[in-house]
Structure formats: structure tokens, C-alpha cells
Design a protein around this ligand. Structure first.
Ligand SMILES: [Zn+2]
Length: 227
């Protein structure tokens, strides 16, 4: 197949996927999700915001691979454009990719977020061939209008149950204690794979994962947690 025809086929295929994502195939309910079911099943979802980062994300992916754990990465569209191969790796290794807006603009004052959501979902589809169904607004700030905009983009809004505060320079022991104190069945645990504060996320994970395994928890993606 020559190059021009290949590009035309690829472009047509992506158009079909976009159409399916945002119209026919949407399972978005317009809900705001903080956790999975909190009774019965000992399952938790590890989530990582703000990446991909050219070095830090790979370290986290290596740890997850070592334990054969599937997590959810809420990527910033701008970062996904800069480091697309990392998003490809995340998807290839079975992790879920969520949308964390294009520019990480805080959605205060009920900002119109359609472009922020749509642009990032398009990037995720083009890199993974899969439609993202989860959006996490930066710093958890959003209004009712943003929930509707997310739904129109085929996604639900996802927050978290446990904030590890890795973004606030919390040390390894502090992150571990935070998880130990607050984790329960159905928890969505918030970490960051891209921070400018020298986070101890990777080091903390090496302690948190064995602890949660010892406690009998199973690790699943956010979408699996909600099934
Ligand atoms: Zn963020």
C-alpha cells in the first residue's frame, strides 16, 4: 500500500472511531464517580494524573509490570502530544487511559471545557484506537455544565477516594500511611506520574502495592472497578 493511500485509510479509520466514540458508542451516564462499590469486593484502582512524563511514567510502568497490575492514567493532552510513545506503552500494557484535559486549565467559574475534553479524547483515540470514557478535571474542580460536556464527549467525571498527596511533596512514609488509613473496598487512589515537586510516588508504590496485596486487595482499572 503506498504512503498516500495508507494515510487516507488511516484518516478514514480514525474518523469512524471518533464517530463511534462520541455518538453511537457512548456509555457515559452523566455521573460523578468517587469510588467503586464499597461493599463486598476487595478491589481498588490506582490512578496517575498529569503525565505522560518522559522519565517518571516509565519508572511507574516498570513497577506496575513487575506486579502485573493494571492501572488508569489520566493524561494531559499537551503531554500526550509531546510524549506519545508513553501513552502507546500504557495502552499496550493493558492500562486504561483517561482524559485530564488538554492544557490542565483549572475549570473554575464554570469554564467551557468542551475543547479541553474533546481535543484530548481525540489524541487518546489516535494513539490507542480506544475511546476514553473517563475524564478527571484538574484539581477536581468542575461545575454541572462540565459534567454535561463530559457526557457529550462520551465520558463520566471521575474524582478519587484517597488522595495520597504525592503532589504536595509528601514523603514515602506519609504517602503509605495516608493510603493505610483511608483505603477501603472500591477505593480510587490518586497519584501523579508527572509533578514538578520531586514526588516520591514511585518509591511509595513499592511499599503500597505489597501492603495492599497482603491485605487481600485486587488491582483493577477504574472502568473495571465500576462494573
Ligand atoms: Zn492534574
Amino acid at each position: 500500500m503506498n504512503k498516500i493511500r495508507y494515510k487516507a485509510v488511516l484518516s478514514l479509520a480514525l474518523s469512524v472511531v471518533f464517530f463511534l466514540c462520541f455518538s453511537l458508542n457512548s456509555t457515559a451516564t452523566g455521573k460523578v464517580i468517587h469510588s467503586g462499590s464499597q461493599v463486598g469486593e476487595k478491589r481498588v484502582a490506582l490512578t496517575f494524573d498529569d503525565g505522560p512524563h518522559p522519565k517518571k511514567t516509565d519508572v511507574i510502568l516498570d513497577i506496575l509490570r513487575e506486579y502485573n497490575i493494571k492501572a488508569t492514567f489520566f493524561v494531559i493532552g499537551m503531554n500526550a502530544e509531546k510524549y506519545p510513545w508513553i501513552v502507546v506503552r500504557e495502552a499496550a500494557e493493558g492500562h486504561e487511559i483517561g482524559n485530564h484535559t488538554y492544557s490542565h486549565r483549572r475549570l473554575t467559574d464554570c469554564t467551557d471545557a468542551t475543547e479541553e475534553f474533546r481535543k484530548t479524547s481525540d489524541i487518546i483515540v489516535s494513539l490507542t484506537g480506544r475511546c476514553p470514557t473517563l475524564i478527571r478535571p484538574p484539581e477536581g474542580a468542575f461545575c454541572e455544565k462540565n459534567v454535561e460536556e463530559a457526557k457529550n464527549c462520551g465520558s463520566d467525571i471521575v474524582l478519587w477516594t484517597v488522595d495520597t498527596r504525592d503532589w504536595a511533596k509528601a514523603g514515602v512514609e506519609s504517602i503509605l500511611e495516608n493510603v493505610k488509613k483511608n483505603v477501603c473496598d472500591g477505593s480510587i487512589i490518586l497519584f501523579h506520574d508527572f509533578t514538578t515537586n520531586g514526588a516520591h510516588t514511585a518509591e511509595a508504590l513499592k511499599k503500597i502495592i505489597p501492603y495492599l496485596l497482603e491485605e487481600g486487595y485486587e488491582f483493577v482499572s477504574v472502568s473495571q472497578l465500576l462494573m
